[in-house]
Design a binder for this molecule. Structure first.
Ligand SMILES: Nc1nc2c(ncn2[C@@H]2O[C@H](COP(=O)(O)OP(=O)(O)OP(=O)(O)O)[C@@H](O)[C@H]2O)c(=O)[nH]1
Ligand SMILES: [Zn+2]
Length: 216
């Protein structure tokens, strides 16, 4: 483990302004492909050889997919799946595979998220928790912001008693290049409401994300 970094809180306005610039990119597909062709030339490749000829198109398609979370909204992915329910015990979805792209190097962040909340009259469709992780994962990120955005989304949608999110991830920019530390991974957390205020509740969550499920 390389670090235990408490989540960085962004205000709603900071989040919105950081994202709204991305929603409608002011460049065409052709301009993006031309930029990739330039990168290939810079890397010493011959962009006209058979294997690379379609690479600009493929790279642009891949990058658009990996950042498609900018085109999504919570409303759309939720599809109304918030239900009134008298539950007041912890709901935890563990081990959600998470892929993102680091905003400094546009290299993969690969990891898992554990997301819990304690309802306060409303519950959310379980799959939507994973979809929220995917939406924020498919943006250019730092792990701290990704973690906080997942927690903020649930807090805003459900006004629960509390939300806890832990993300454990390895950064290819630290593995394949730069400091080259394979095996290092980073843990970030965002604790809100009762998870921030009550150590017992927080410890219960931390214990639950460590326990091995009986079906594995
Ligand atoms: N806090 C945080 N830092 C990150 C994340 N992803 C990448 N970084 C770091 O961002 C920093 C960028 O540092 P720079 O010195 O500008 O870039 P660099 O020369 O490529 O740095 P090195 O990776 O040390 O070679 C590096 O320390 C990365 O490890 C993240 O999710 N959160
Ligand atoms: Zn990076």
């Amino acid at each position: 483990m390389t670090a235990l970094i408490p989540s960085q809180k962004l205000t709603a306005n900071q989040t919105i302004s950081a994202l709204s610039t991305q929603a409608n990119p002011p460049v065409s597909e052709a301009e993006m492909q031309a930029a990739v062709r330039t990168l290939l030339l810079g890397m010493g490749g011959d962009p006209d050889r058979e294997g690379l000829r379609d690479t600009p198109k493929r790279v642009v398609k891949a990058l658009k997919f990996l950042t498609s979370g900018y085109q999504q909204s919570l409303d759309e992915l939720l599809n109304g799946a918030v239900f009134s329910e008298n539950a007041n015990e912890m709901v935890l979805v563990r081990d959600i595979d998470l892929f993102s792209s680091c905003e400094h190097h546009i290299l993969p962040i690969i990891g898992r998220a554990h997301v819990a909340y304690i309802p306060n009259g409303k519950v959310i469709g379980l799959s939507k928790i994973a979809r929220i992780c995917e939406m924020y994962g498919r943006r250019l990120q730092v792990q701290e912001r990704l973690t906080a955005q997942i927690a903020d989304a649930l807090q805003g949608l459900l006004q629960p008693q509390g939300v806890a999110v832990v993300v454990e991830a390895t950064h290819m920019c630290m593995v394949m290049r730069g400091v080259q530390k394979p095996g290092s991974w980073t843990v970030t957390s965002s604790m809100q409401g009762i998870f921030a205020d009550d150590a017992k509740t927080r410890h219960e969550f931390m214990n639950l994300i460590r326990h091995s499920p009986s079906f594995h």
